[in-house]
Ligand binder design. Structure first.
Ligand code: FES
Ligand code: FES
Length: 400
């Protein structure tokens, strides 16, 4: 058993928990706070959502021991909360619930949106609530209720706070407890800043579990494209979410890549080994990274080959991207989604590469602060919808 001290609904709590006890089970079984509901217990449905240090978190996939020192607010703790009170009234008015099982998690997530959004943008509300599933009511009433509260508050000159005090989202602990070998589960709570110190010394060869083949063309000569691939800082600047954390040497580079998909946020810190062969205009980048908060590890290998097109005026870049992912994110991620995201990532990379080689507007623009899975997914869905519409209208188009 582990002893934890935390604040639950503004009251100091001292308790003993087993390392495997989830925060949801701790609250329901030991604190009788049964307003926190359990649906999937896999971090998918959002029924168990509560506030951890003021930020919505899935309590079913958060260990209680990782919340030592945390400030936990459950739906019971929002009884007197102004926004939650307005939301409860709006949910009733708009018929936003039937059985009510999803409602505590819905209210917690909705309250966060009411705080953050600048206006009642329906799409932003739907995206923001996409981590909360309702099995019986449908979402029209829920969205309308949230819209009405945001509109009413903005009309009263209560402005949104874009980050509402959050630092990171995700199925994580509070960040208060340092990792010790006697308390390994608290590693999930280690501050993400500490992760920058975790850089692997070795970058071993490995056999990827998933390999994707992609190619793209750019209107620049092969030698120019190959030279850019040899400049790892330039490559990183073209990769959404990537940044260097150390000065690159010819053989090794240290860096980080930040990924955000819905409520899940990961910051992989690691290192890469770079090899290139100027004779065959090919090379490979082997990397290994770790997201400290989710305790997920990834290994990746990018093999590239540069081929002349149009008598050397243009270039085809052939990429073979292999990776393996272990840890919590491997359980959350769907292989199809990861493949689609990788395809979109490469498309963005190719566009940035082309702009950089062209030296035109935006060539030196900073890369996206993070690889935003949501925007990539929406882009992907848009493409699929267009292809589907084309097929329906008999105008052709390849498979989606
Ligand atoms: S119970 Fe479904 S996300 Fe936690
Ligand atoms: S109201 Fe029944 S699950 Fe949402």
């Amino acid at each position: 058993m582990n002893t934890i001290e935390l604040t639950v609904n503004r009251r100091a709590v001292n308790a003993s928990v087993e390392p495997r006890t989830s925060l949801a089970d701790f609250l329901r079984d030991q604190r009788d706070l049964t307003g926190t509901h359990l649906g999937c217990e896999h971090g998918v449905c959002g029924a168990c959502t509560l506030l951890l240090d003021g930020v919505p978190a899935r309590s079913c996939i958060t260990y209680a021991v990782s919340c030592d020192g945390a400030d936990v607010t459950t739906i019971e703790g929002l009884d007197d909360d102004e926004i939650a009170t307005e939301l409860r009234a709006a949910f009733t008015r708009e018929h936003a619930l039937q059985c009510g099982y999803c409602t505590p998690g819905m209210l917690v997530s909705a309250r966060d949106l009411v705080k953050r959004l600048s206006d009642a943008d329906e799409q932003a509300i739907r995206v923001g609530m996409s981590g909360n599933l309702c099995r019986c009511t449908g979402y029209v009433g829920i969205v309308n209720a949230i819209k009405s509260v945001i509109s009413a508050r903005r009309a009263r000159d209560i402005a949104g706070e874009p980050d509402a005090g959050r630092k990171l989202l995700g199925p994580v602990g509070s960040g208060h407890k340092a990792w010790t070998s006697a308390n390994p589960t608290a590693a999930m709570a280690a501050p993400v800043e500490a992760a920058s110190a975790i850089v692997p010394l070795e970058i071993p060869d490995f056999t990827p579990s998933t390999v994707l083949e992609q190619s793209f063309d750019v209107a620049h000569p092969p030698a120019k494209v190959f030279a850019l691939f040899d400049d790892i800082a330039a490559v990183a600047s073209c990769l959404p979410g990537a940044s260097l954390t150390g000065t690159p040497t010819p053989a090794r580079v240290e860096g980080a890549i930040r990924v955000k998909i819905g409520p899940i946020s990961a910051n992989f810190n690691g290192a890469a080994r770079v090899e290139s062969d100027p004779v065959t205009l090919s090379g490979r980048i082997l990397g290994v990274g770790r997201d400290q908060r989710s305790r997920s590890t990834t290994q990746g290998e990018i093999r590239y080959r540069v081929l002349p097109l149009d008598n050397g005026a243009a270039t085809r870049v052939e990429l073979s991207i292999g990776y393996s992912l272990t840890g919590m994110l491997a359980q959350v991620g769907r292989s199809g989604l990861v493949r689609d995201l990788a395809a979109r990532l490469i498309a963005e990379f190719a566009g940035n590469l082309d702009r950089r080689l062209s030296g035109g507007a935006g060539a030196s623009a900073a890369p996206a602060a993070e690889l935003n899975g949501i925007s990539l997914v929406f882009g992907l869905l848009r493409e699929r919808a267009v292809a589907f519409a084309r097929r329906l209208s008999g105008k052709g188009g390849g498979p989606a």
